[in-house]
Design a protein around this ligand. Structure first.
Ligand code: FES
Length: 117
């Protein structure tokens, strides 16, 4: 399965994803190939909000329900929109194959691409 990710500068990539992996992990694990980085400072513990992404509107209905913990953490992020989610709280499943997300500017980090995506 795949996800489509775009950074705040408009660079985008299609990334191979495995079932059960967090969207944040998929972005992070491919970052040196894609050149698209995500801070994700707490490593997925829902404790930092630096994995903030905007989910394309047509995917909203397929996303898992947001738990209070995620909502509380998102309150600490900047530029929160109705389609904001923490990508460490989104687990890949068949339902989310093809998911499109854009990394929020507060969660984006510059990564040097080491090889072609
Ligand atoms: S990685 Fe810290 S909240 Fe998602």
């Amino acid at each position: 399965m795949k996800i489509h990710v775009t950074d705040p500068n408009g660079n985008s990539a299609e990334l191979e994803a495995l079932e059960g992996f967090r969207v944040m992990e998929v972005i992070r694990d491919w970052s040196s190939e894609s050149g698209i980085g995500i801070k994700a400072e707490c490593g997925g513990a829902c404790a930092c909000a630096t994995c903030h992404v905007y989910v394309a509107d047509n995917w909203a209905g397929k996303l898992p329900v947001m738990l209070d913990e995620e909502e509380d953490r998102l309150d600490e992020a900047f530029d929160v929109e109705p389609n904001s989610r923490l990508s460490c709280q989104l687990l890949m499943s068949e339902e989310l194959d093809g998911l499109q997300v854009t990394i929020a500017s507060d969660a984006s980090v510059e990564i040097e691409r080491v090889k072609a995506a």
